[in-house]
Design a protein. Structure first.
Length: 374
C-alpha cells in the first residue's frame, strides 16, 4: 500500500467514524522487539545480564508480561507466563506466589536462589493477567489473575497499628521489633484502583498508600524504603536511611501515568513537583536524593529520564524540560541489555509515545485495541 493510498483510506475511515487500521510496521513496537532480543530467552525468561549469576526475578517476569501485553504479543506473553509458572511458582500460580530470584548458584546449578516473594511483582503479574484476559477475551487469564490477586491479598496484606491495611514487600524479612519495612514503589495507584474493582479491601489500601506517599516524603522526594512504627508513624528505613534512588524513581513514573481524573492524582503531582524542579535545574534526574534535606547527588542513568517523562508532560510549563529529557534519551540511550534502565524506558517512553494509557479506574488502554487487532 502506497503512503498516498494509506492516507486517503485513513481520511475516509475518519469521516465515516471507523477506526483507522495501522500498517503492520506501525503495529510493531521496536523497543519491545529490542528488549526481547537482548533479554528474553526463547522459553520466556527475562535475564538480568548485569549479575554474575544471570538472575531472573519475578519483577522481570512481571514487567515482561506487561510489555508483551502492551505490544499485543500473545505468543511472548504465553511463554513468559509459562516459564514463570513452572520455575518460580512450583507449576501453579493460583496456589503459590512466585519466588523472587532464580539463577545459577555457586555450584553452577540453575535453580530458585531466594524463595521469598516480591509483592510488587505479584501485583504486576495479577494485573497483566486480568487485563490480558479482558483485552484478548481469554477467561483463563482473568481467572488466574483473580486467583493470584486473592493469594496476594491473603499473604501480603496486613493491618498496621495506627495506619490500617498495608502491603508488605514480601512474606519474610519485613517485620521486626522496630516495626515494619515498606517500599513505596511497590504500590502503583493504577493497579490498586483496578484491584478495588475485584476486592474492596484494595480500595482501603489505595487510601493508605496515598497517605504513605504524602506523609512519608514530606519534602516531595520519595525514599526507596520507609519504616512504620506503632505510635511513631513514618521514619527513615533503619538500614537504607533517607535515600531516594533506584526504587523511588518508579513512584514518580506511576504518578505521572495516572489518568487526569484518577482519585488523588492532583495532590500527588503537586506534592512531587520538587523532583520535577530539581531535574529542570540540573538538566537530568539525580541518582540519589536525601529525602530529609533535599540534597541531590550523582547523575541518574538514562532510565531515570524515561521514568520522569510522564510527570514532566503533565504541565505545559514543563515542555522544555520534557524535550530536554527526550533528547537525552535520544543521544544517550540505555545499553540494550541494561535490564532496569530498559524496563524504565519501555514504561516511560512507551507512555510518552502514547502506546498506552490507564483510565481513572486503572484499566489498561493500549493503543493497539482499535488499530492493530490480530
Amino acid at each position: 500500500m502506497t503512503l498516498m493510498k494509506a492516507a486517503i483510506l485513513s481520511a475516509i475511515a475518519l469521516l465515516l467514524g471507523a477506526p483507522v487500521l495501522a500498517s503492520a510496521e506501525e503495529c510493531v513496537w521496536p523497543a519491545w522487539e529490542s528488549y526481547k532480543q537482548a533479554m528474553v530467552s526463547k522459553d520466556g525468561r527475562v535475564i538480568d545480564h548485569s549479575s554474575e549469576q544471570l538472575i531472573t526475578t519475578s519483577e522481570g517476569q512481571s514487567y515482561g508480561l506487561f510489555f508483551a501485553l502492551l505490544a499485543n504479543d500473545r505468543e511472548s506473553f504465553a511463554r513468559i507466563l509459562e516459564w514463570t509458572r513452572n520455575n518460580l511458582a512450583g507449576g501453579d500460580l493460583s496456589r503459590h506466589l512466585p519466588a523472587w530470584q532464580w539463577g545459577r548458584d555457586k555450584k553452577g546449578r540453575w535453580m530458585v536462589l531466594d524463595s521469598n516473594n516480591a509483592s510488587d511483582a505479584d501485583l504486576w503479574i495479577a494485573y497483566s493477567l486480568l487485563e490480558a484476559g479482558r483485552l484478548w477475551q481469554q477467561p483463563d487469564y482473568e481467572t488466574l489473575g483473580r486467583d493470584l490477586l486473592g493469594r496476594s491479598t491473603a499473604q501480603s496484606l496486613v493491618k498496621l497499628p495506627g495506619l490500617g491495611l498495608m502491603l508488605l514487600p514480601g512474606d519474610e524479612g519485613f517485620k521486626s521489633a522496630d516495626g515494619w519495612r515498606l517500599n513505596p514503589s511497590y504500590l502503583p495507584p493504577q493497579l490498586l484502583a483496578r484491584f478495588a474493582r475485584e476486592l474492596a479491601v484494595w480500595s482501603e489500601l489505595a487510601d493508605n498508600t496515598q497517605l504513605m506517599l504524602i506523609q512519608g516524603s514530606p519534602k516531595g522526594f520519595v525514599p526507596d524504603w520507609l519504616g512504620w512504627q506503632a505510635g511513631r508513624n513514618w521514619a527513615p528505613d533503619a538500614s537504607k536511611g533517607p535515600t531516594g534512588s533506584y526504587d523511588a524513581i518508579r513512584v514518580y513514573l506511576w504518578v505521572g501515568m495516572m489518568d487526569k481524573d484518577a482519585r488523588g492524582r492532583v495532590e500527588l503531582v503537586e506534592h512531587f513537583a520538587p523532583m520535577v524542579e530539581m531535574t529542570a535545574l540540573l538538566g537530568h534526574p539525580p541518582e540519589q536524593v536525601n529525602t530529609i534535606n533535599g540534597v541531590a547527588t550523582g547523575i541518574g542513568p538514562a532510565g531515570f529520564s524515561a521514568a520522569l517523562l510522564p510527570l514532566l508532560s503533565g504541565s505545559s510549563r514543563n515542555s522544555e524540560d520534557l524535550q530536554s529529557q527526550r533528547e537525552r534519551l535520544r543521544q544517550q540511550p540505555p545499553l540494550a541489555d541494561a535490564y532496569y534502565s530498559q524496563s524504565l524506558l519501555l514504561f516511560g517512553q512507551g507512555w510518552d509515545e502514547r502506546r498506552y494509557r490507564f483510565d481513572k479506574d486503572g484499566q489498561l488502554l493500549p493503543s493497539w485495541v482499535d488499530t492493530c487487532k490480530k
